[in-house]
Ligand binder design. Structure first.
Ligand code: PLP
Length: 360
């Protein structure tokens, strides 16, 4: 089956096969990796390898640290303001969709978040990310928060905004590791693993050590980033099996040629899909403005609800699943995370051309 689900999403086959082969007997230990102590040398080697692979692939500088947390990106919506806001301090939020709205709402419990830019339309939908000249930033903000890729609306920041000396915090849940980025520009990056790099259950955080050191000390220890940083993400029992699978995915990425190769593939996949939309633009309508088109989630609409449904049903018969748009956005959404191959997408693009000929 070709899996275009938005998340949890497909995992690369070699990473799953490796897990299958080792499932019952991890490295001759007679038991599964998930049955090992998180303080034992067998698991610790996996944990450390996952961190070092991520550090190498993304080029994470020594100023920053990788953390494996739980609670998903949704917990990060709360944990970020919990650490960095007080009732009298503000943070700037760049609103580009449902996920940034949720992050903003959580921040209200701890401080005074401000909308520093929004591209919301009268119908409550979003079709682009803001331009630099639309940002109304406060130089005294504790941080600026953005969602790098808007999974539901299919928009993406292709150039991160200049936010001066204020730490930039990014929810990269749906485009983490799609290409190399300059990590030094970020105070904190977070991403649930279940789209581009593993199963649900583990949340990746890449944090500027100096930034998290400034976090509040009067919040429960478990919610301080520094607690997990000081303990190499082994303060309590981490989601060991999820981290093991992330390790397998990272090793697969490295074997394929790292993030340069991921970017090449992802751009090729996006070009195939937007190409199919644009050459059949009388039939497929892409609501997102060109400069904001996402490389990860490609959203389009057919001329009617009936045709949207027929498209999803016929694609399923042809072995392609996960194409129904999010309930708030409607239409079709194609999620083309790292595990989706160029060939998978070529199959869909061919299907799209054929669908226009038969139903257009
Ligand atoms: N942020 C983005 C951009 C997402 O796409 C999602 C889920 O799809 C979330 C946050 C919520 O993630 P979680 O379910 O890990 O809390």
């Amino acid at each position: 089956v070709i899996n275009f689900n938005p998340g949890p999403a497909g995992l690369p086959l070699p990473a799953l096969e490796r897990a299958r082969d080792e499932l019952l007997d991890f490295q001759g230990s007679g038991m599964s990796v998930m049955e090992h102590s998180h303080r034992g040398k067998e698991y610790e080697a996996v944990h450390d390898e996952a961190i070092s692979l991520l550090t190498e692939l993304l080029g994470i500088p020594a100023t920053h640290q990788v953390l494996f947390l739980t609670g998903g990106a949704s917990q990060q919506f709360a944990q970020v303001p919990m650490n960095f806001l007080t009732p009298d301090t503000g943070a700037d939020y760049l609103m580009t969709g449902v996920w940034s709205e949720k992050a903003f709402e959580e921040a209200k419990y701890y401080g005074k978040p401000r909308v520093a830019a929004t591209t919301v339309q009268p119908d409550k939908h979003y079709t682009r990310v803001p331009r630099q000249d639309e940002l109304k930033l406060d130089a005294k903000a504790a941080y600026v928060h953005l969602t790098s890729n808007n999974t539901i609306y299919g928009t993406q920041w292709h150039t991160f905004p200049d936010v001066g000396n204020v730490p930039l915090v990014a929810d990269m849940s749906s485009d983490f590791l799609w290409k190399r980025i300059d990590v030094s520009r970020f105070g904190l990056i977070y991403a649930g693993a279940q789209k581009n790099l593993g199963p649900s259950g583990v949340t990746l955080v890449v944090a500027d050590k100096a930034f998290i050191a400034r976090g509040r000390k009067d919040i429960p220890k478990f919610f301080r980033y520094t607690t997990h940083a000081e303990n190499n993400s082994l303060y309590n029992t981490p989601p060991t099996f999820a981290i093991y699978l992330v390790r397998n995915v990272l090793a697969w990425m490295k074997g394929l040629g790292g993030l340069e190769q991921m970017e090449r593939q992802n751009r090729e996949k996006a070009a195939l899909l937007y190409g199919a939309i644009d050459r059949n633009s009388g039939f497929y309508r892409a609501p997102v403005e060109r400069e904001s088109r996402s490389v990860m989630n490609v959203v389009f609409h057919l001329p009617s609800e009936e045709l949207n449904a027929a498209f999803v049903a016929e694609a399923k018969k042809a072995g392609m699943v996960g194409l129904k748009g999010h309930r708030t956005a409607g239409g079709i959404r194609v999620s083309t995370y790292n595990a989706v191959t160029v060939e998978n997408v070529r199959t869909l693009a061919t299907f799209m051309d054929h669908f226009v000929k038969t139903r257009g």
